[in-house]
Design a protein around this ligand. Sequence first.
Ligand SMILES: *[C@@H]1O[C@H](CO)[C@@H](O)[C@H](O)[C@H]1NC(C)=O
Length: 340
Amino acid sequence: MTPPNHKTAFANVALGLLCLAYAYWTLSRRAEAFGIGTTHASTNTTGCYQFGKVLSLVEFDHGSGSFRPFTQELRVHGFDIYWDSLEPTLLTFAVVNHQQSGSGVSIFRHRIGTKVLWHVKTVKSPLLYAPNDVVATSHNTFYATNDMRSTNSIMRKIEIFFGMPWGHIVHYNHAGVFSVAASGISYPNGIARSADGSSVYVAASSEPSVIVFRPAVDGTLEPMGKTVFRDFIPDNVSVDTATGQVLVAGFLNTFEMFRYNREVLGGTSARPAGAVRRLRPLADPRKGFAEESVLTHDGALLPATTSATLQRRSGTQRILLGSVMANHIAICRVGDSARA
Ligand SMILES: *[C@@H]1O[C@H](CO)[C@@H](O)[C@H](O)[C@H]1NC(C)=O
């Protein structure tokens, strides 16, 4: 055996430095993607105010014909309401329900004008292990996002941090069968679809992008195009059915958000900023979207923004802002630039 000579020692040091440089480069790129250390001033928020309070849940007791407190386990994450013109007074709620016994999608029906929301079924599948959001495609079918591959919290942190493209979208069909509709997505989060059902939009938070998919008859989703964001982490998407535009809610400083989550119970000074972007699907879906900023808030209105929906009512438009970390929503009056 020969002792290591200067040449190999030098090669080892050089290799070590190269690895360090690579690690530093990767970490600084991820740090940039997370908006670490950035602060944000409010723009276009003068027409915004806070709204809402915590509601208590009730369920309908058929025996006594009256409401009673809801006792079943319902831990809501994303949900969607399906409606079609064939039966305009019937609504189906598809709700991601994180029950202790495992996550699933709970289906409820509501007849407009009544005060009950009745439970039809809760469906679960090994394919649906980390559901985040759901979009109903009929009274009986839906797509749901599985945001990550791991269910273990340390692995989930690693998966988020490195933006691994390990998320899936699952489809639940008329026969009650689950299948994987699309895979290889970095943290598929909010999901929505166009009014005619020809496009499905998914926020891939870790990429960070919004992807357009074309649904096939068998339920598979073919990726068509996407828009990748800078300085914005998309969380949820909603469709403005009047224009076909997609509203994207997101946050700007992920670490401020994590800090808020950690400290909120003890009272926190964290003010995670939030933003809403508007995407106009381009004629060629492979080109993705034209992108426009709707508003940015500094976090005083609500902690970040993880959902945004446009409400049109008698000629005025309001954007309803929600946050998974807030006990209220915010409402913003916005100018009508949606026709652009
Ligand atoms: C995403 O937004 C849609 C539309 O506003 C909403 O129905 C859904 O519950 C939201 N999902 C999450 C996880 O916040």
